[in-house]
Design a protein around this ligand. Structure first.
Ligand code: MG
Length: 398
């Protein structure tokens, strides 16, 4: 039997991110600059993916990135293809267009350096593209516009040649929208002609009308190091929360000692229905505490057979997802394990690595410390193991 899955893609977005980002300087390429815990590329992808009419995304990346492309793009609702771009803007658009599915009726071309595009702008672009065949979002100029004598060097003395009537000047943004046929013709014309800084220009050169729709001043193009800094300020999470957690288990002979899923060879281990992973249990409570979302026993009651024997690492990873649902992400954690013996020091790197992976943070955001109880009390006598944890969360919710 043959199964055919027909996908109807009415709007396809070509997301152009093939530049080397040289103007911005900096250690990471501009497209991957961190904006509030997400790369600029991912934010741009997510902004397009969130529009209900968009059925397909074609992401154009530098050739060297294509093999890691899907990981860089992240999870999406719409289908995604990743292709290698070219030297010029129009070469990248052409490469992207070649990968657009046949089902696409309207094709948008969006600059990945505009991560703040809104649904309203995309709506207007699609509507006008359906009407006219080509559309561009643009904003009015607020400043007085001067035409200036061209200077080739950075320190050249420049003079005002004239004042340009302001009403005639609009600043073009993206996404620019086209019917499939118009964009195909413009790309073909571009191959024959000169260089264009946007797709609308290729359409203009063909003598086809391009409809201007209202853009959005927030739909800025993040190009220079200053732009990136401003974008980072705009996306910085506005709220932080801190939570603490504590856990203790009795130690009995013949049980396996597990810390963050890492097995520590020992003659005794924690007593309990579960694996008694004190690191995961304390940290789960710290995350839930930061989000004011109850505690481990409330979220995963051990009276429920589903949770009775669940590994601590599994509960921790569910707690991470749970607080993320509530709008929080982990900034850093600090964990102390109190155990008389054996020495935990050799196991700390493995525990940190496992926690970083589970929490979705970098290794330098995870601290794990081991203490003894100096022979005092039950822990000091080797009868129990305990853990303290602190977690810092950040998010946009008040
Ligand atoms: Mg416990």
């Amino acid at each position: 039997m043959t199964c055919t899955r027909i996908t109807i893609v009415s709007v396809s977005v070509i997301l152009v991110a093939a530049g080397r980002g040289v103007r911005a300087g900096g250690a990471v390429p501009k497209q991957l600059a961190d904006l509030g815990g997400q790369s600029m590329l991912r934010r741009s992808v997510a902004a397009c993916d969130a529009h209900p009419a968009v059925g397909e995304l074609v992401v154009v990346l530098p050739a060297a990135w294509v093999s890691d492309g899907l990981a860089l793009v992240g999870a999406t609702r719409a289908s995604v293809r990743v292709v290698a771009g070219g030297d010029r803007r129009q070469d990248s658009t052409r490469a992207g267009f070649a990968a657009v599915s046949d089902a696409a009726r309207i094709v948008l071309v969006h600059d990945a350096a505009r991560p703040f595009v809104s649904r309203a702008v995309i709506d207007r672009v699609i509507a006008a593209a359906e009407q006219t065949g080509a559309s561009v979002p643009a904003v009015r100029v607020k400043d007085t516009v001067k035409r200036v004598t061209a200077g080739t060097s950075a320190d050249a003395t420049r003079l005002v040649a004239e004042t340009v009537p302001r009403d005639e000047v609009w600043l073009a943004q993206t996404p620019q929208g086209f019917t499939r046929e118009v964009l195909a013709a413009a790309i073909a014309a571009g191959e024959a002609g000169g260089e264009a800084t946007d797709e609308a220009q290729l359409v203009e050169q063909m003598g086809h009308e391009v409809q201007v729709v209202e853009g959005d001043i927030r739909n800025v193009k993040v190009t220079t190091a200053d732009d990136i800094q401003l974008a980072q300020q705009a996306t910085a999470p506005r709220h932080t929360r801190v939570g603490t957690g504590y856990d203790l288990h009795r130690l009995v002979p013949g049980r396996t000692l597990v810390l963050a899923g890492v097995i520590v060879p020992n003659e005794s281990g924690p007593l309990g229905h579960s694996d008694g992973d004190v690191v995961c249990h304390a940290l789960t409570d710290a995350l839930l505490g930061g989000a004011a979302a109850g505690d481990i026993g409330g979220l995963f009651p051990n009276t429920d057979p589903q949770w009775k024997d669940a590994p601590g690492l599994d509960l921790l990873s569910r707690a991470v997802a749970f607080v993320r649902e509530k709008g929080w992400r982990v900034v850093n954690v600090d964990v102390t394990v109190v155990l008389e013996r054996p020495k935990l020091f050799p196991h700390v790197p493995a525990v940190r690595a496992k926690l970083a992976e589970t929490l979705g943070v970098s290794l330098d955001a995870v601290s794990v410390k081991a203490k003894t109880n100096e022979g005092v009390d039950a822990i000091g006598r080797g009868e129990a193991i305990a853990s303290h944890a602190v977690a810092l969360l950040t998010g946009d919710r008040p």
